[in-house]
Design a protein around this ligand. Structure first.
Ligand code: ZN
Length: 318
């Protein structure tokens, strides 16, 4: 291959390590993944990450010299400065020297950032926020991840732990959060919170169609059922969905008032609801963001790159 700028992006997940070689147009030329098996010593996981990159280079006939750098999106509290993972509860990691360990295998610049940060940067470079420079991304899953891109760069803060948007307070003294605090955005607007609220409402209201959609067992509740039942005219489900959108709308309003991004992106399974989710959110924040229509109200959209966002974003750390 010719003299191009090839970067590697690695998305380190709890289930799989995904890596891709990304060209100067932010296209993934080739990607591959291997199981993470988080129970292993971190040295083995990091060795596999490096091997995956070397393997991809080999398959693409790109020499190591043509690789200008490797970016890594990692879960947990990331110190971008030192390349250490300060803390990851899912991996059981504390002070893991991710970048120094990778340098044993790859002699090029290596950078790391939080996985939600990388997803946000990926969407700005090649996805739903392309052509913009300022974006806020919320990943609505088991928890809520947050990524903030300012002037085309990830906002890291001065030390590890920046941009945990899910752990900002929404309801003082409210529902317990995984972080030990009460009333965080994550405790109201994550998929886990939606499922909890749907279960509670269905449990109290046997006539709700959500019960039938669960096959009579509330343990089968998922984030789709309240939306399905609401669209089928179920008032109880409609209330659950309306509350969820209000929580999310309030949280988004807070982030718009702080960052005033060009766009607010949402990702995660709840985004399968597409405009059923984003239309009411866009309507909601028009009336709640500071200065209302006198200021610029950013659109709320669903992210479009899916799993590729992490790889492309990580590559753009270089
Ligand atoms: Zn929290």
């Amino acid at each position: 291959m010719g003299k191009y700028m090839y970067r590697a992006g690695i998305d380190l997940g709890g289930t799989n390590i995904k890596a891709g070689i990304v060209d100067e147009n932010n296209q993934i030329l080739k990607q591959a993944s291997v199981p993470t098996r988080v129970e292993r010593p971190y040295g083995e996981i990091i060795k596999d990450m490096a091997k995956l990159v070397l393997c991809l280079l080999d398959e693409l006939s790109i020499s190591k010299e043509e690789l200008v750098g490797v970016g890594i999106g990692s879960p947990g509290t990331v110190d971008a400065e030192t390349g250490y993972i300060a803390y990851s509860n899912n991996f059981g990691w504390e002070n893991v020297p991710l970048v120094p360990e990778m340098k044993k295998y790859l002699d090029c610049p290596i950078r790391v950032s939080n996985d939600a940060n990388c997803a946000a940067l990926g969407e700005v470079k090649a996805g739903a926020a392309k052509e913009t420079a300022n974006a806020v991304l919320l990943t609505l899953g088991t928890g809520i991840g947050g990524g903030v891109v300012i002037d085309g760069k990830i906002f890291e803060g001065a030390h590890a732990g920046g941009a945990e948007l899910g752990h900002t307070s929404l309801i003082m003294g409210g529902e317990p959060c995984t972080c030990g605090r009460k009333g965080c955005v994550e405790a109201y607007a994550s998929a886990t919170a939606l499922i909890r609220d749907a279960k509670r409402a269905a449990g109290k209201n046997p006539q709700s169609k959500m019960n039938a959609l669960c096959g009579g067992n509330l343990e089968n509740m998922n984030g789709k059922i309240p939306f399905d039942a609401a669209w089928d005219g179920d008032d109880i489900a409609k209330q659950v969905v309306d509350n969820y959108i209000t929580y999310l709308g309030e949280a988004i309003t807070n982030f718009v008032n702080i960052f005033r991004p060009d766009v607010v992106l949402l990702s995660g399974g709840v985004c399968n609801q597409k405009e059923h989710l984003t239309d009411p959110l866009n309507a909601y924040i028009k009336n709640t963001c500071f200065a209302k229509e006198k200021a610029m109200i950013p659109p709320v959209c669903c992210a479009i790159l899916g799993n590729s966002a992490g790889i492309i974003g990580a590559a753009n750390l270089i």
